[in-house]
Design a binder for this molecule. Structure first.
Ligand SMILES: Nc1ncnc2c1ncn2[C@@H]1O[C@H](COP(=O)(O)OP(=O)(O)O)[C@@H](O)[C@H]1O
Ligand SMILES: N[C@@H](CC(=O)OP(=O)(O)O)C(=O)O
Length: 439
């Protein structure tokens, strides 16, 4: 049995947390490949080292005062090294990093140093080999991940390695420049390593006892999901359930490796198993609820649009021309609605409206901003009739005005669109209807 274990920033925020992590790794010999994140927040008011690195780099590049922030970063690592009583001095590493900042080595280089330094400390603490992901996790020049070259290199590089610490979040492009995944990307590194070494299990250790039915910041003490499929998880992660990066399932999915979400602060809890498929039915009709704010709906109306061949394609082409990706597209006989991320759309708004006029000559084009989308996800929905009806009933009862409802063809998810200020109420109403009232 070989396990890859990834520890998130909350699990490595201090020497106290590092000790818990050390105990977890030592408790199971199969935990041979360790992927650490950078130190996260020690409490809700604290700062993540990754954020401090971005800020320090920006200040250094702009010629501003950066030294104080840089000292803050050093202090975070010193607290860990001293607390673990390690014979380790990172002064030369910090000197190199400062020099690289002043040479404008890039924001991605800056952010990656959080994981790099934590990896050095972790390797020393555990007595394991340190393997730099810059040597085996590759990106294309445009910043997208080169999965196949990476997989080959990881397999070759780690073939004869018994145990290793491999920092998360970064790699390099083919010119040798350091590149990072998007925020939360150490989850992806863990998955890449698990695929490359054909691990039996990818354990992802965080500060909650698994994937919860809803965000614990919205629902108090939500139920834990015992098992969830890759597909369900992808839907929830994409819609804001931030416990696992939405792209982290792709590498392990190729090898059918399960992911186990575990709690560093409660290692006795079993957590959540994320699997390709399972015959276990979920405890409730729905597996989970997640949502995001910040959407805008563009409603295009034209009498008899359904008789015009290629109408939708021409409208969508206008969005594509402006490089805007589309989230959802519910439609009626004489109307179609396109939902997009408001932050991406705003800048191109007027070009898109005039583009739609030129492309299809609509009667009206109207916009509604400040929308939230909530995904209700569950493999159990297929077998249970009336889920959409129950969602409507729950929201009517909670006095929420439903702007849109869209069921995926896989019957795995239903997306509800509401005003942003109804976001929390909507999640609570759905949770109460499907989970609280039956548990
Ligand atoms: N459905 C959910 N289940 C569990 N945690 C969730 C969910 N939705 C949001 N979260 C949040 O995700 C956090 C864990 O993710 P993250 O902060 O990235 O951890 P880490 O630093 O360990 O990588 C939890 O503390 C919780 O607040
Ligand atoms: N440290 C990076 C990458 C990461 O995955 O962190 P965490 O495991 O704490 O979410 C970030 O803050 O985005």
């Amino acid at each position: 049995m070989i396990k890859v274990v990834k520890f998130g920033g909350s699990s490595l925020a201090s020497a106290h947390q590092f000790k818990k992590v050390g105990d977890i790794i030592k408790a199971d010999k199969s935990r041979r490949f360790v992927v650490p994140s950078a130190p996260g927040k020690r409490n809700s008011k604290d700062e993540k080292v990754t954020d401090l690195l971005y800020e320090t780099y920006d200040a250094a590049v702009e010629g501003g005062a950066y030294k104080k922030k840089f000292e803050k970063i050093k202090a975070r690592y010193e607290e860990i090294i001293d607390g673990l009583a390690l014979d380790l001095n990172l002064e030369h590493e910090f000197a190199k990093i400062e020099e690289q900042f002043l040479n404008k080595a890039g924001r991605e280089y800056a952010a990656s140093r959080g994981e790099y330094l934590n990896g050095i400390i972790m390797a020393k603490y555990l007595g394991m080999e340190f393997v730099d992901p810059a040597e085996m996790i590759f990106f294309f020049e445009d910043g997208t991940f080169d999965a196949e070259a990476t997989n080959k290199e990881v397999a070759e590089r780690l073939e004869k390695v018994q145990k290793a610490v491999i920092p998360g979040f970064y790699g390099s492009d083919h010119s040798g420049k350091i590149r990072t995944f998007s925020r939360g990307g150490s989850d992806i590194t863990g998955s890449i390593i698990a695929r490359g070494i054909k691990a039996d299990m990818y354990e992802n250790w965080t500060d909650v006892s698994g994937f919860l039915v809803a965000d614990p910041r919205i629902i108090q003490n939500p139920e834990t999901i015992e098992s969830i499929t890759y597909k369900e998880l992808r839907e929830l992660a994409y819609m804001g359930a931030s416990v696992l990066h939405e792209d982290a399932i792709f590498p392990v999915r190729k090898e059918g490796i399960p992911i186990n979400i575990r709690n560093t602060n409660k290692p006795e809890d079993k957590g959540t198993m994320i699997v390709e498929s399972t015959c276990k039915s979920s405890k409730f009709t729905i597996t989970g609820i997640a949502g995001k704010k910040g959407f805008c709906a563009i409603n295009v109306d034209k009498a008899m649009m359904n008789a015009e061949v290629g109408f939708c394609a021409r409208v969508l082409d206008v969005f594509a021309q402006n490089n805007i990706s589309i989230e959802h597209m519910p439609s009626g006989i004489d109307t179609m609605t396109v939902l997009v991320h408001q932050s991406e759309f705003e800048e191109h708004e007027q070009q898109i409206v005039s583009g739609i006029h030129r492309a299809v000559g609509p009667d009206t084009v109207e916009m509604e901003s400040g929308l939230a989308l909530i995904a209700i996800v569950g493999r159990g929905m297929k077998a249970n009739r009336g889920t959409a009806g129950r969602i409507f009933a729950a929201l009517a009862h909670a006095r929420v005005n439903v702007k849109m409802i869209d069921q995926g063809s896989s019957e795995l998810n239903i997306i509800v669109g509401v005003k942003e200020n109804d976001f929390e109420t909507t999640i609570k109403a759905i949770y109460d209807m499907f989970v609280k009232s039956v548990s």
